[in-house]
Design a protein around this ligand. Sequence first.
Ligand SMILES: Cc1ncc(C[n+]2csc(CCOP(=O)(O)OP(=O)(O)O)c2C)c(N)n1
Length: 356
Amino acid sequence: MHATEELRELADLGIPIVSSTHARGVLPDSHPRSLGAFHNSAAVETLLASADLALVVGSRLRSNETKTYSIQFPEELIQVDAAPAAQQRNYAVRHFICAEARETLAALVQDLAGHSFTSAAYDEEIRQARTDAVAQLTEQLGPYAEICFALREALPKDGILVRDITMSGSTWGSRLFPVEAPLRNIHSLAGAIGLGLAHAIGSAKANPDKKVVALVGDGGLMLGIGEIATMVQEQSNLVLLVMNDGGYGVMRGIQNKYFDDRQYFNQLHTPSYKDLGTSMGCQSYLATSVAEFKDVIQQAIAYIGPSVVEVDMNSIGPLNFAGPRRRSCINKGPARHRKTSLRTAANILLWTITMA
Ligand SMILES: Cc1ncc(C[n+]2csc(CCOP(=O)(O)OP(=O)(O)O)c2C)c(N)n1
């Protein structure tokens, strides 16, 4: 089970908490000390740089969680993981505790009973970091931020967003989209495109009382396009939300930023997903503007059963996303830690929890 209660108690002691994108909602976004999954934001990096101690729980600090290993942690870095192989895997950690996350955090909460690290000034820094991270991403995404918030408004609180690996998933789906509980924002951890719809059908099967939205790109969807038939056959209560930009947008961004915009094999032949959905027996919609999206997403979510919403991204405009940092840009030297001594009133930052 998730260590949600233990995390909330730690946050209530004054400790800010960052989650991986896989663990979204492990601490509700509405908690004032939740930094969501904004570990890639400059404001959160600055906060981390001021921490005296960071505790990493259930995360292997993969490239996705560390801006391709470029994030610097304080020297006082403690890692808790149930798997011994996680030790020193990607970062040199000072203390490694091989243990189950929930039990360890419960013990920590007990040990810290009677202590408090709260500070109005630190709380203000946390609030500001979060506000800056949200504002920066909202500005970067332009109309797609509006699409994100329209989806949030339309989807019931307990609805489940399942993301494929797409620009939309990696920007607004994983971070800007507010989440209040675990297992409501799901994606393929290994990063392979194409599993989003299959995962969404499984999520709908396992949660017949909840609405599911599968957020997919046109490229990834084509890898498992036959699953549309499965979602109809199973009468899944799910909206297949296809962000159609006519190609592999992530690769376009990478080839633009790192390869002088030499574009290879990124333009794809795509069908009309609205027509495809209709022919498969789904309630189907097309949105060519934010205003249309606001309307059709409400209709699709209100409809009980399988539906398709195709978003024509070429009509809406470009989505700014340059993909992950390139490995060759990275300082691979050992100095990934900031030198520090532990102050008495420690600023502690709890990094990330995946599954407990
Ligand atoms: C199985 C697999 N093949 C290739 C990749 C590399 N890859 C990552 S994102 C991406 C493009 C996905 O395109 P699309 O689903 O249309 O989403 P968009 O990038 O346009 O948002 C590709 C090819 C991958 N992650 N997994």
